[in-house]
Write a protein that binds this ligand. Structure first.
Ligand code: IVH
Length: 671
C-alpha cells in the first residue's frame, strides 16, 4: 500500500475509533492500538506535507464537550501528557530532562496514572466554586452539581489551614471497581447495555444531567496537580501533601526518586501491584518535582516537557477460535460467544469471550480457526479485539455466519430497527426465556426466594412443574418432596420461601415481573407514582412520561408489556396467590399532603439530611421541588452557605427561608 492510501485508511479508521470512544463511549480497540495508529498517521503526515488535511484526526484533540452543560473556558489550558510504552522511551525522556536542566540534579515524582476523566476544581475563600471537565483542553463542561455528589471532594476547606485564597486543583474522577461491578450487575438485571470499563462508566455518570443518578453511582476522585498564583511551596510533592491536609484525596502511591533505576523499580512494582488497587490505573506518571525546574523546562504545544506518562500494556493474548455458540437471554436477546483454546489472561484461564453482535463479527471477518487477540483490560468480560490475518493458513475453517434461527426453539430471529442485537421473538415458549424470567423473578432484589436457585428452576422446568413465575405458587409438596433425593425438610423450606414472597412490597414485585428496561429504580418510581398495578396497567404513554426518571423507552416498554394478554393473565394469577399488587396502607400513609401545592426551592449545604433526602421528603408530603426562585415559590429550604444570588432573589421577592430543623418539624408533625 502506498503512503497516500495508508494515510486515508488511517484517517478513516481513527475517525471511527474517535467516534466510538468519545460519542458512543464504546471503544473497540485498546488505547495502545489507538495511539500507535495515531503516531503512524502523524509520522506519515509529517513526511507528506502535501497531503495536509485540516480535518485529519491528528488535527484535533478528542473532545468530550456536551452542549447541554454550561461551557467554561479554562483559566489555564488543560494539557495532556506525552505517552511512552517502554523503558527505552522513559530513559530518553529522563535524558532530555537532564540535558534541559544542564545537568543539575533533579527529583522525579512517580505517581499512578488513574484511568478516569480529568477534572479541574476551583476554590475561593476555602469554598468549592466550580468544577469543569477537560473538554477540548481549552474549554470544558461545568459539572459542578455532579461533582458535588462525590463525597471525597471537599466542598468547604477546614479553617486555619493556610490554603491560598484562590487556587485550582486538578485530578481524576473515577468509578471504583466495586461500584463499577455493582452498577453493571444492576444493568445486567435490567438488560441495559453494560459499561465496558470504569472510565466509560465514570464519564457517562459525570455527564448525566441528573445529579441524583450521579450520587447513587459512588464516584471517587484523586487530585494530582495544584495550580495558582499563590500556592504554598516550590515542589509538586510538597504542595500535594499540603493539599492532603486541606482534605483532598491524594494518592498514597506517590514517591520521590532521584535515579532512572528507581523509576524502573517503581514501574515494575506497580505494573503488578496495581491489581490490588480499588480503582483502575493504566500507567505511571513521572513529573519533575521542583516547580522552578518545571518552569525552566516549559511546555511543547500539547504537553509539558517536565512530565511524561508510561502506559502499561493491556493484557492481551492470542489463541485460536474453535466455535461460536449463541446464548439466549430472558428478553430473547441473542449473544454470540467465542469458544477458544484456553489461554492465561490477568491470572485467570479464559476459554470464552463475547462477540457482541453480527456487525462485530462481520467487521472482523471472523473465521473458525482464526488466531484471535483476546483482551481483558478494565473489562470483566474478556473480548476479542482483533484477528491475526497473517497467521491464517490452510487449516482455516469457514467464515462465521450469524445464525438465522433461535438455537433453543428454532424460531426465526428478528432484528429491530436501530438495534444491533438479534432477538428470538418467541417469548411465550422459548425455554431459556421462560427459565430466565423465573430466575429473575426469584432473584435477591426481586422476590428474594433464596430457597430456590437456577438449578432447581431448571429441574422443575424440565419436569414441567413451572413455566412462568405464577406456577411457583401452585407447586404442591408431593411434586417436589422426595424428588431427586430431596428431603421433606428442604421441600418445606422451598414452599415457605415461596409463601413468604407474597409479603414482598409492590415496587419489588414490579421489578420482578421483568418488564424490559424497568430496573430497580424505574420500578420504584412507577410504584410510588401509580400506587397499584391496575393504575399502572391503564396508564397512557403520557401519564408514564410524567413520572420523574421515566423516558420514552421505558414508557413504551411498559405499555407493550401490559398490552400482552399473557402478561395480563400472569398478573391476575399472581394477585390471586396474594402477591402484592399495590402499595400497602402503611406505605401509602407515609405520604401526606402537608406540603400539597407548595413549590419549594432547596439551597445550600445541609447537616441533617442530604439534598436528595430532602427532595424525597418534599415529594412524600405532596410538595414540589423546583430549581429556581420565582414569585411562585412557597419557601426556600435553606442550608448553610446558600448561594448569594439565590439569597438576593429570595429577599427581593420576599420569599421566606426555612431552616432544616423548622422544615423537619413542618413535615413530621400535624399542625
Ligand atoms: S498530570 C500537565 N497526573 O492523564 C499534566 N495526569 O494525558 C497534567 N492522569 O489528562 C496531568 N493520572 O486525565 C497527571 N497522576 C496523574 C494522572 C494524570 C491520570 C490523566 C489526566 C490527563 C491524562 C494525561
Amino acid at each position: 500500500m502506498d503512503d497516500a492510501s495508508r494515510i486515508s485508511q488511517l484517517r478513516a479508521e481513527l475517525h471511527k475509533y474517535n467516534y466510538q470512544y468519545y460519542v458512543l463511549n464504546r471503544p473497540e480497540i485498546s488505547d495502545l492500538e489507538f495511539d500507535q495508529r495515531m503516531r503512524e498517521l502523524q509520522d506519515l503526515e509529517q513526511a507528506h506535507p502535501e497531503l495536509y488535511d485540516p480535518n485529519s484526526p491528528t488535527q484535533r484533540v478528542g473532545s468530550d464537550l456536551n452542549h447541554e452543560f454550561r461551557q467554561v473556558v479554562h483559566k489555564r489550558p488543560m494539557l495532556s501528557l506525552a505517552n511512552t510504552y517502554n523503558k527505552g522511551e522513559v530513559r530518553e525522556w529522563y535524558e532530555r530532562v537532564s540535558e534541559g536542566l544542564s545537568g543539575q540534579p533533579f527529583q522525579v515524582c512517580c505517581e499512578m496514572k488513574f484511568d478516569g476523566l480529568s477534572i479541574s476544581l476551583h476554590y475561593r475563600g476555602g469554598q468549592l466554586q466550580y468544577a469543569v471537565t477537560r473538554g477540548d483542553g481549552v474549554q470544558g463542561d461545568d459539572v459542578t452539581d455532579n461533582i458535588k455528589t462525590i463525597r471525597t471532594i471537599p466542598l468547604i476547606l477546614p479553617e486555619g489551614m493556610d490554603w491560598p485564597e484562590e487556587f485550582e486543583i486538578r485530578g481524576e474522577v473515577l468509578m471504583p471497581w466495586e461500584s463499577f461491578e455493582a452498577l453493571n450487575r444492576e444493568r445486567e438485571a435490567a438488560e441495559e447495555p453494560l459499561f465496558a470499563n470504569p472510565r466509560n462508566a465514570a464519564s457517562g455518570t459525570l455527564k448525566s444531567k441528573n445529579s441524583a443518578v450521579v450520587a447513587q453511582r459512588r464516584l471517587d476522585a484523586y487530585l494530582y496537580y495544584l495550580l495558582g498564583e499563590e500556592i504554598p511551596g516550590e515542589s509538586h510533592y510538597a504542595n500535594l501533601q499540603r493539599a492532603k491536609e486541606w482534605g483532598f484525596k491524594i494518592a498514597p502511591q506517590m514517591r520521590l526518586v532521584t535515579s532512572l533505576q528507581e523509576i524502573y523499580d517503581y514501574i515494575d512494582y506497580w505494573d503488578v501491584e496495581r491489581r490490588t488497587l480499588p480503582v483502575a490505573t493504566d500507567g505511571i506518571v513521572l513529573k519533575v518535582n521542583s516547580l522552578a525546574q518545571q518552569r525552566s523546562l516549559g511546555m511543547t504545544a500539547k504537553s509539558p516537557r517536565w512530565a511524561i506518562a508510561y502506559k502499561f500494556l493491556a493484557e492481551k493474548q492470542t489463541t485460536i477460535l474453535r466455535e461460536v455458540t449463541y446464548q439466549v437471554g430472558r428478553t430473547g436477546a441473542i449473544t454470540p460467544v467465542a469458544n477458544m483454546d484456553p489461554v492465561q489472561l490477568s491470572g485467570t484461564v479464559v476459554r470464552r469471550a463475547t462477540l457482541n453482535n453480527e456487525d462485530f463479527i462481520r467487521n472482523l471477518d471472523l473465521h473458525i480457526g482464526d488466531h484471535v487477540f483476546v483482551e481483558k483490560g478494565g473489562e470483566i468480560i474478556p473480548k476479542i479485539v482483533d484477528v491475526d490475518l497473517d497467521a491464517r493458513d490452510e487449516n482455516l475453517g469457514p467464515r462465521v455466519e450469524f445464525i438465522t434461527h433461535c438455537p433453543e426453539c428454532g424460531t426465526p430471529l428478528v432484528r429491530y430497527e436501530g438495534e444491533a442485537a438479534h432477538y428470538c421473538p418467541n417469548d411465550a415458549a422459548c425455554p431459556p426465556q421462560l427459565k430466565g424470567r423465573i430466575e429473575h423473578f426469584i432473584s435477591r432484589k426481586a422476590m428474594n426466594i433464596d430457597s430456590l436457585g437456577p438449578e432447581t428452576i431448571a429441574e422443575y422446568f424440565s419436569r414441567g412443574i413451572v413455566r412462568d413465575p405464577a406456577d411457583l405458587y401452585e407447586i404442591r409438596r408431593e411434586q417436589i418432596s422426595g424428588a431427586r433425593g430431596q428431603k421433606d425438610k428442604s421441600a418445606s423450606k422451598i414452599l415457605m420461601g415461596i409463601q413468604n414472597s407474597t409479603k414482598v412490597p409492590f415496587e419489588r414485585v414490579l421489578y420482578a415481573l421483568g418488564i424490559r428496561f424497568v430496573g430497580e429504580i424505574a420500578a420504584k418510581a412507577l410504584a410510588r407514582n401509580f400506587k397499584s398495578i391496575d393504575a399502572l396497567a391503564s396508564a397512557s404513554l403520557d401519564d408514564l412520561l410524567q413520572v420523574n426518571g421515566i423516558g420514552a423507552v421505558i414508557a413504551q416498554s411498559v405499555r407493550t408489556w401490559f398490552q400482552n394478554p399473557q402478561n395480563q393473565w400472569l398478573v391476575e394469577r399472581l394477585r390471586s396467590y396474594g402477591v402484592q399488587m399495590e402499595l400497602t396502607e402503611e406505605e401509602l400513609s407515609e405520604h401526606t399532603d402537608r406540603l400539597l401545592g407548595k413549590s419549594i426551592v432547596i439551597s445550600g449545604v445541609f447537616a441533617l439530611h442530604s439534598r436528595d433526602e430532602y427532595k424525597a421528603l418534599i415529594e412524600k408530603h405532596g410538595g414540589k421541588n423546583v430549581g429556581s426562585i420565582s414569585t411562585m415559590t412557597s419557601f426556600v429550604l435553606a442550608g448553610e452557605n446558600m448561594g448569594p444570588s439565590k439569597m438576593e432573589k429570595a429577599q427581593k421577592l420576599g420569599i421566606r427561608l426555612v431552616g432544616e430543623e423548622e422544615f423537619l418539624k413542618m413535615v413530621e408533625h400535624d399542625n
